[in-house]
Design a protein around this ligand. Structure first.
Ligand code: PLP
Length: 461
């Protein structure tokens, strides 16, 4: 049962206020002017309700984030209690609060071995800024102040701050209307197995990617490179799982060349692939720095955490009279946010949501694989509760449908009309449901998405 709160809202009034005053992230002004927003007002478990009272299965978990599901009373209680007890402290210099200290220690206990230190921020984007500033500071403090370049990959998304957008490179994000930090980032090819060059085996593709990195290091000079940044599995740039052994090989190149490996686990940490952290458990690497956000609080409140290694900490904390790590935010280690993080992790552990994500996620993979035979489906990919379907005009040539067809949006609209949210991105529809999803709900999702693809395909001919 969803909470009975819809009657507190006037749908038309809300729609108009939003339409007239709210600049949404990633607004497409033409369609927004015409259609405005879908106003959501309630959530419970895996379901949300709109202002008209329609109920949807939230197949995108908010936006990769509502891992423990909506409407958790114990999280609401913890927020209220912490707000009453101590709503805020700074954590600058030498002041702290109990939830921040407890959460830092808890994260260190869960992280891959050696990542015992945590800096808090308020979003994935701010966490990426922190990680890059940390990498620069570390390199400089160890006497390598020329190491400024950041190596990233195409199709990556690392957030929407000035620096985050400079580091990422998805189609369409870097338009000429925005400026980016010059001469800082170098992009390698995306590890996108489905669209690898024709005739290349997956092993050859892995060799190609690693060799490209090796050559990049050679051409820029290792002595000029601070860090390599990668989402272990690229999320909104295509939900791509890297070729086997690619990440360990990239990680070794980093180690051999004094380059820090920053894993952007904003999406993959806290259960989406069935592990607290995917870097080591799923992909066999131990990064120097891991950035987390989203699932850390399941979206109940903004919070991000940047975990980093003893090796980095040793260097940045070595005695040096004048050296200050002059970085941090007013809300770093916010007590209410950290209290929510602790409760959220407690729920994930107590309810074995990693186990559920693994079991139900394996079943989701299996059920979605069945859609692969539909004529406009080029690829069904992902892992567990991080999945997508890529649409094509021709399965053999992998040619895309013309952009004007707006295929993923049409299919997601059709899903929405039948009570399911999936997220259209380019030529994909993406799924990242809460970790509490059941097998029955997997059946609903696979059946509804399959029916939507069939219906839209019929309309195309
Ligand atoms: N990194 C990844 C992999 C993400 O998917 C996102 C957001 O979707 C971010 C960073 C940025 O996080 P935020 O939107 O909280 O700033």
């Amino acid at each position: 049962m969803l909470h009975q709160a819809s009657n507190r809202f006037n749908p038309e009034d809300l729609w108009k206020k939003d339409h007239d005053h709210f600049l949404h992230p990633y607004t497409h002004f033409d369609s927004f002017k015409e259609e405005g927003s879908l106003v959501l007002v309630e959530g419970e478990g895996c379901y949300v309700k709109d202002a008209e009272g329609r109920r949807y299965f939230d197949g995108i978990g908010g936006m990769w984030c509502v891992n423990v599901g909506y409407g958790r009373k114990e999280i609401a209680q913890v927020m209220a209690e912490q707000a009453l007890q101590l709503c805020y402290t700074t954590t600058f210099v030498d002041v702290t609060n109990a939830p921040a200290a407890e959460l830092a220690a808890k994260l260190a206990s869960l992280a891959p071995k050696g990542l015992n230190h945590v800096a808090f921020a308020t979003s994935g984007s701010c966490g990426i800024d922190t990680a890059i500033r940390l990498a620069h500071y570390y390199q400089s403090r160890r006497g390598a102040s020329e190491r400024k370049y950041i190596i990233s990959r195409k199709n990556s998304y690392h957030g929407s701050t000035y620096l985050g957008m400079t580091v990422g490179l998805r189609d369409g994000d870097q338009s000429p209307h925005f400026r980016y930090v010059p001469d800082l980032v170098h992009h390698l090819s995306a590890p996108y197995p489905y669209r690898r060059p024709d005739g290349m085996s997956i092993e050859e593709f892995s060799d190609f990617l690693v060799e490209e990195f090796r050559q990049k290091i050679e051409s820029l000079g290792a002595e000029n490179i601070a860090a390599f940044i990668a989402e272990p599995a690229q999320a909104s740039g295509g939900v791509t799982m890297p070729p086997p052994n690619y990440l360990p090989r990239m990680s070794k190149l980093c180690r051999d060349n004094g380059i820090l490996f920053i894993a952007d686990e904003v999406v993959t940490a806290f259960g989406r692939l069935g592990h607290m952290f995917a870097s080591e458990a799923e992909f066999g690497i131990v990064p120097d720095i891991i950035v987390t956000a989203k699932g850390l609080t399941s979206g109940y409140i903004p919070l991000s955490a940047v975990l980093f290694s003893d090796k980095v900490h040793e260097v940045i904390s070595a005695p040096d009279g004048d050296a200050w790590f002059t970085h941090g935010y007013t809300y770093s280690g916010h007590p209410i946010a950290c209290a929510v993080g602790l409760k959220n992790i407690e729920i994930i552990e107590r309810e074995d949501l990693l186990g559920n994500a693994a079991r139900v996620g394996d079943y989701l993979e299996q059920r979605l694989a069945g859609l692969g035979s539909l004529p406009i489906v080029g690829d069904v990919r992902g892992r567990r509760l991080m999945m997508c379907v890529e649409y094509v005009a021709d399965q053999k040539t992998k040619a895309k449908l013309p952009d004007e067809v707006n295929i993923s949006k049409r299919i997601s609209n059709e899903c929405e009309a039948h009570g399911l949210f999936v997220r259209p991105i380019g030529h994909l529809d993406v799924l990242s449901p809460p970790l509490i999803m059941t097998k029955q709900e997997v059946d609903f999702v696979a059946d509804t998405l399959g029916a939507a693809i069939r219906k839209v395909t019929d309309e195309l001919v």
